[in-house]
Design a protein around this ligand. Structure first.
Ligand SMILES: Nc1ncnc2c1ncn2[C@@H]1O[C@H](COP(=O)(O)OP(=O)(O)OP(=O)(O)O)[C@@H](O)[C@H]1O
Ligand SMILES: [Mg+2]
Length: 466
């Protein structure tokens, strides 16, 4: 077990510590409450043995502060002769048990073992709950902020209808998650949810993906193929990056939305499909309408019900909650210390929730213990306002590819991953930008130029095998 002992009685403390470590346990010793809290900031413990009467901070205060930062750690209190009242108070504060000092070592050891087993049981229960959660496929949308609560209410309202839904928001704010949530709460939940990303394919390919094609419709069409509208029949089609849809395809999409009719590429006959459309974009479609890049009639048709996802920096209350959510997904017993939590809370999150998830995952790989500290966070989060770091890294290389990668990442981050603005700033079109993002495997917030973190090809393998 991983055990923390806090007791100012030197001989007693070192005596037990020695015997328990000899049995293969990891034991840390503190001779006062502050030292114990310092350990708790750095490492995670399964069991703690705390003396009730210590200088500087008494055992009860230490207990309550420990339970705040490490709620899963089981605590055994050491009490003196006449302190039964304090022992009761300790139990109320969540201690596992208490034992009177002096006591035979065997008795103490048994009690600590029971506390440890209790800890393990809690962990198994949690794993069991996770398995159950997985079999009932429910989308978990985390957040306490009024902004996210409003989104949850909207999802509840729009889900049962068959109306199209338009989901808006910056990159990484959870648009796809919300789309899945809407599908799962609809009557179509048992039918397929099919996803297509309009920015990933060029126009003609996208058309045959969406609508299918007949044999001989174009060179290479050696057999007829149903489109995603047909695949999604009875279910939901999620059209991601709708703002990238070419004008000619916008007309075809409008037709399906209006009366469910569509025609495969090269087909003479129309067919009916029963598909609910959910679309998402991080563009301002109204601007695109004004600039005649997006059909006004389609915009009105699809914008009946829209869900606007606020960027993470505008709902900072959700940051600790989301961080803990992602930590729980990694495993039990993971936590963040105060300083790390504060740094996450102050960061601007250009890549929103996705960036947060990536930061947590990377930190968990770098951490030696199950406690994440500032040291495991990317440089731009642990050392805010070192904006010149990226420029320094760019200057440091003559390799054109590498410069391209760093430069595109920097501009993306600066523009909060708004792809239209980034493409404009770079003087290229959005599709070229999309290709650059794919080519370099760019992700929101991965521009930390801190070399110790950036070459993690070896680490990536371990992520996949988790
Ligand atoms: N409220 C939330 N609770 C839990 N997880 C979330 C939440 N919001 C986003 N996520 C997670 O963050 C990641 C990014 O979300 P998602 O892919 O839905 O974003 P997006 O808006 O579609 O991004 P993009 O515009 O880049 O496609 C996913 O792993 C998702 O599960
Ligand atoms: Mg998405």
């Amino acid at each position: 077990m991983r055990l923390l002992i806090a007791d100012d009685d030197h001989d007693f403390r070192t005596g037990i510590a020695r015997r328990l470590s000899r049995q293969g346990n990891t034991v840390r010793e503190a001779d006062n409450g502050n030292a114990a809290l310092a350990f708790l900031e750095q490492e995670s413990f399964e069991v703690a043995l705390l003396d009730l009467a210590m200088p500087l901070m008494d055992g009860l205060e230490l207990l309550s502060r420990l339970k705040e930062s490490a709620p899963n750690c089981e605590v055994v209190m050491l009490t003196g002769e006449a302190s039964i009242e304090s022992a009761v108070a300790a139990m109320k504060l969540g201690a596992f048990d208490f034992i009177r000092k002096p006591c035979p070592f065997g008795e103490l050891e048994q009690l600590l073992t029971r506390a440890w087993q209790h800890h393990r049981l809690g962990r198994e229960n949690e794993q069991l709950r996770q398995v159950i959660g997985r079999t009932a496929p429910s989308v978990e949308i985390i957040g306490v902020s009024p902004e996210i609560q409003r989104v949850l209410k909207l999802i509840e309202k729009v889900s049962p209808t068959d109306s199209p839904v338009l989901i808006l928001g910056e990159s990484g704010t959870g648009k796809e998650l919300v789309a899945r949530g809407v599908h799962q709460q609809s009557q179509r939940a048992s039918k397929p949810l099919v996803t297509i990303n309009c920015a990933a394919l060029q126009e003609s390919l996208l058309e045959s993906e969406l609508f299918g094609h007949e044999k001989g419709a174009f060179t290479g069409a050696t057999a007829s193929k149903p489109g995603l509208f047909e695949v999604a029949d009875g279910g939901t089609l999620f059209i991601d990056e709708l703002g990238e849809l070419a004008l000619s395809l916008q007309a075809k999409l409008l037709r399906v939305l209006e009366d469910g009719h569509m025609r495969r590429v090269g087909a003479t006959r129309e067919q009916r499909v029963d598909v609910r459309i959910i679309a998402a974009t991080n563009r301002n479609l109204a601007d695109d309408v004004a600039a005649r890049r997006f059909r006004e009639d389609l915009f009105f048709r699809i914008n009946v019900l829209s869900i606007d996802l606020p960027p993470l920096r505008n709902r900072r209350d959700d940051i600790p909650l989301l961080a803990n959510h992602f930590l729980r997904k990694i495993g039990r017993g993971w936590s963040l210390n105060q300083a790390a939590l504060a740094a996450l809370g102050n960061y601007s999150w250009p890549g929103n929730v996705r960036e947060l998830a990536n930061v947590i995952e990377r930190a968990s790989i770098l951490a030696d213990e199950t406690r994440i500290t500032l040291a495991e966070l990317p440089h731009q989060i642990s050392h805010p306002s070192s904006d010149t770091a990226a420029s320094v890294a760019i200057e440091a290389t003559d390799n054109l590819e590498e410069r391209e990668r760093l430069h595109v990442q920097r501009v993306l981050d600066r523009e909060n991953w708004n792809r239209s603005r980034t493409a404009e700033a770079l003087g290229i079109n959005r599709r070229s930008l999309y290709r650059l993002i794919q080519k370099h495997g760019l992700q929101p917030g991965s521009s930390d130029v801190n070399c110790e973190n950036s070459d993690d090809s070896g680490l990536r393998a371990s992520v996949e095998s988790r």
